[in-house]
Design a protein around this ligand. Structure first.
Ligand SMILES: [Mg+2]
Length: 109
């Protein structure tokens, strides 16, 4: 079992030990993911980017990733594969010769 799959198994066990799967429908997982992303954003609000609390950043980033992994698990997505596929897709949208050092969106390259 890969390290990623072991991590997902731990998250699922945490959820199942509490019988929370009943609440984890795709809609609510997506909402929770967005709320956690907003909590992450809040750490930067009204601050210079390097002034965000590093410990709180770790916590909120972990929350975001936990919900992302739970959502992927809900749909039986292989996280490794979907990220690999997205990187291939993004490589076509953002070819190095056009995108290197350039922050423009793919449709503006
Ligand atoms: Mg949080």
């Amino acid at each position: 079992m890969s390290e990623l799959n072991e991590l997902i198994s731990k998250i699922v066990k945490f959820r199942d030990d509490r019988d929370w799967a009943q609440f984890h429908n795709p809609k609510d997982l997506a909402i929770a993911l967005n709320i956690e992303a907003s909590e992450l954003l809040e750490l930067f609000l009204w601050k210079k980017e390097n002034d965000a609390n590093r410990e709180r950043l770790k916590e909120e980033l972990a929350d975001v990733m936990i919900y992302a992994l739970l959502l992927a698990d809900k749909f039986d997505f292989d996280v490794h594969n979907i990220i690999e596929e997205k990187l291939v897709h993004n490589s076509k949208k953002y070819p190095v010769d056009k995108a290197k050092g350039n922050a423009k969106k793919y449709n503006e390259l």
